[in-house]
Design a protein around this ligand. Structure first.
Ligand SMILES: Nc1nc2c(ncn2[C@@H]2O[C@H](COP(=O)(O)OP(=O)(O)OP(=O)(O)O)[C@@H](O)[C@H]2O)c(=O)[nH]1
Ligand SMILES: [Mg+2]
Length: 301
């Protein structure tokens, strides 16, 4: 299959299938599943405009020099609303495309859980094509970032002195998820202050994450960042196996519960019990809990 050979068109098509065509996706998964789960996934998160794409552009070039074959999936929350034009100067990841890295933007679905559902299969397509590492760029507050850190083997959090990344944002949940914290745009003023704050709040924890200053503009810190990623890819390989088992368990549970939900949803109205108790509820001759319990009991009979 062309996906295996890493043919761009074939990969793009496979990812579209995984994202948009559930029936075909099932067939595709049957083919590729065995050869997936072996690449290191690097999640890069941070507020809008913190420089994630610019950083990735430069970093993949370095990662290639270090003998890896990176691919990038950028989750784009703006694309389906504004056509991606919301931020006028947002960096398109073009530079690195020339060097043979596969890069693709995917629209985020908004709903929690939905991102990971299609994303994990897009990752599988890229693993099957032989890419390693697979870099996920994701902008977003709280929930998305945590979701990404569940999928990623290595999580990188990008701060910068420009977008008001204050101690508040640092404290707001991001302290737990990062393996690496970058203070990007270190060519701007306020960098040292931010760096010290990050050190204070995050550096002293048991996990002992790496904290680095980078500047895409001045091209500083990026070679070091890539080298650290490469080393981490090796050291994370072991713990990945264990994590992968846990993820598969969570995925299986998610699929079964989802299947059941769809099935039961269809059953509700084809059964007389639901309308019967709904009427009773609407006329207040029964309370919602009792009605719910009665219907559930009857469905599970
Ligand atoms: N001064 C300075 N500007 C930078 C640096 N890195 C990125 N930028 C600029 O910051 C802006 C946003 O960069 P992007 O790479 O698009 O940021 P992003 O985090 O991917 O943004 P979203 O994907 O929209 O969330 C662009 O204008 C970049 O040129 C840096 O190190 N220094
Ligand atoms: Mg970006």
């Amino acid at each position: 299959m062309d996906v295996k050979k890493g043919k761009r068109g074939a990969i793009a098509k496979a990812i579209s299938i995984v994202e948009n065509e559930p029936k075909k996706a099932k067939k595709l998964l049957k083919k590729i599943f065995k050869d997936s789960g072996n690449s290191i996934v690097i999640g890069i998160v941070g507020s809008a405009g913190s420089g994630k794409s610019s950083l990735i552009n430069k970093t993949v070039i370095e990662l290639k020099k270090l003998g890896t074959k990176p691919a990038v999936l950028a989750i784009d929350p703006t694309s389906h609303i504004t056509g991606g034009a919301m931020l006028g100067d947002r960096v398109r990841m073009t530079e690195s495309t020339d060097s043979g890295t596969y890069i693709r933007s995917i629209a985020s679905r908004g709903a929690t859980g939905a991102i990971s559902r299609s994303l994990r299969n897009s990752i599988r397509v890229l693993e099957y094509s032989g890419f390693n590492p697979i870099i996920i760029e994701s902008v977003g507050a709280g929930q998305t970032e945590v979701e990404i850190s569940n999928i990623a083997d290595i999580t990188v959090v990008v701060f910068n002195p420009n977008t008001g990344d204050s101690i508040q944002t640092i404290k707001a949940g991001l302290t737990e998820i990062g393996d690496i914290y970058l203070v990007n745009k270190s060519d701007l003023s306020g960098t040292n202050q931010l760096f010290d704050a990050v050190l204070d709040y995050i550096g002293d924890t048991e996990r002992n994450p790496i904290i680095l200053k980078t500047s895409v503009k001045k091209n500083t810190g990026i070679t070091k960042f890539a080298k650290i990623l490469k080393d981490m890819m090796i050291s994370k390989k072991k713990s990945k196996k264990e994590k992968e088992q846990e993820r598969l368990e969570a995925e299986l549970k998610d699929i079964v519960l989802n299947n059941l939900k769809e099935k039961v949803d269809g059953m509700l109205y084809s059964d007389k019990i639901f309308p019967k108790y709904l009427k009773k509820l609407q006329s207040k001759s029964i309370d919602p809990f009792e009605a719910g319990d009665k219907i559930t009991k009857s469905l599970l009979k």
